[in-house]
Structures are given as structure tokens and as C-alpha cells.
Design a protein around this ligand. Structure first.
Ligand SMILES: N[C@@H](CCC(=O)N[C@@H](CS)C(=O)NCC(=O)O)C(=O)O
Length: 201
């Protein structure tokens, strides 16, 4: 299998952490492609028509894309039970909450990267941060017992989301008012899979 990736993408990190946690890291070749909204790599768009990473190219089977699809596929392939049937809806909702944080956090970066300072909308940026902030509050108030339970995909996604906030939005200080979440993350980031996939510029 070949995993198309680019830079320190948190969505790719979800997949690579899953590969580590399910003992499949050696089964996948990681290939760098350009993932830019304006000029995506043809190698990427031929695997994923919407031009986003991660995409997983399989032998004799169609490519898979979207981190949620890829992670679920890898989990099924390894029989790792990262989507446990008994709490599947909670696990998927938690993963969606983490992905929602990532989408909003990434859109802020794109606004700053792809628009000139005079055209960037502070109101829009703060609207995106509002999504992150509400999701962090929900994690702190509703999800701590799930986060402290057996490893599943919701936890991996939250770990990658918080890692991305540290990496790109450190100045916002997400830990303030989220003590339980911060403590959980300090422990979670000690996992070998998280240490092996730290984002770097
Ligand atoms: N829902 C997708 C989001 C993937 C995504 O937004 N990836 C970013 C990089 S972190 C990307 O490829 N951006 C290029 C673009 O938006 O055209 C997933 O979970 O895989």
C-alpha cells in the first residue's frame, strides 16, 4: 500500500498513528505529494478527485481517501477493534469532534496562508476558533470518561487534534480551562505511536 501525504498534516497523522497502533507501519510506503487547494499534484487527484491527503493506494483495489475511511479500513484489516461495536456511535462522534477541530484549525491556517493580510477576515478566523473552542469544552465536560477508557479511534483523533493545536495554534493556549483534557493529552502523547509522529515544520 502507498500512503499519499504532505508536510505535517494532522489527518495523515491519524492514519500513521493508526498504522503504528495496529502493527501495520511496515506495510505502507509513504509518498510525498503536493496538497494545495489551488494546485494539487496530479498523482494526488488521480487517487482522490477532491485533491486532499491522506489517500491510500491499494494493490488491485480502488484508492481510499478521507482519514476516517482509511483508518476504519486499516482497523478492519488488522482486526484491531479501534471501532468497538459496543460504543461505536460514541467513538464515531468523538472522532467527528476531533476532525471538526482539525478542519476549523486548518481553515484558519489557510486563511492566513492563502489570503493577503488586508483580505483575511478576522471575523471568519474567530468564527473558526469558536468551533475549536466549543469542541474543546465538549471534550472537557462530556468526553473524559470515554477518553480515559480503552484505546479507540476517537482517542487517536483527539490526540492528533490536540497535537495540531500545539503545533499551529500554540498561542491560543488551548489548555486553559481544559485541565482534565490537558492531563489526558500529556499521558496520551507518551504513546510510542504519538512520539513517532510528532509534527515538525
Ligand atoms: N476530511 C479529510 C480532510 C483532509 C484534509 O483537509 N487534508 C488537507 C491537508 S491537512 C488537504 O489535503 N488540503 C488540501 C486541500 O484542501 O485542497 C480527511 O479526514 O482526510
Amino acid at each position: 500500500m502507498k500512503l499519499l501525504k504532505h508536510g505535517p498534516s494532522p489527518f495523515v497523522r491519524k492514519v500513521v498513528v493508526t498504522l503504528h497502533e495496529t502493527g501495520q507501519i511496515g506495510d505502507v510506503e509513504q509518498i510525498d505529494v503536493v496538497a494545495s487547494p489551488m494546485a494539487p499534484d496530479p498523482a494526488l487527484t488521480s487517487a482522490n478527485p477532491v485533491g486532499k491527503i491522506p489517500a491510500l493506494i491499494r494493490e488491485n483495489a480502488p484508492a481510499l481517501y478521507d482519514s476516517r475511511v482509511i483508518c476504519r479500513y486499516l482497523d478492519a484489516k488488522a482486526g484491531a477493534n479501534l471501532y468497538p461495536e459496543g460504543r461505536i456511535w460514541d467513538t464515531l462522534t468523538l472522532e467527528a469532534t476531533a476532525d471538526g477541530i482539525l478542519e476549523a484549525a486548518l481553515l484558519i491556517i489557510y486563511e492566513e496562508r492563502f489570503r493577503s493580510p488586508e483580505n483575511a477576515s478576522m471575523e471568519w478566523i474567530e468564527g473558526q476558533w469558536g468551533k475549536v473552542s466549543r469542541a474543546l469544552d465538549a471534550l472537557e465536560t462530556r468526553w473524559m470518561s470515554h477518553l480515559n477508557g480503552p484505546l479507540d479511534m476517537g482517542q487517536i483523533a483527539v490526540g492528533c487534534a490536540l497535537g495540531y493545536l500545539d503545533f499551529r495554534h500554540d498561542v491560543r493556549g488551548w489548555r486553559t480551562g481544559h485541565d482534565a483534557l490537558a492531563q489526558w493529552y500529556a499521558r496520551f502523547s507518551e504513546r510510542e505511536s504519538m512520539k513517532a509522529t510528532q509534527p515538525t515544520a
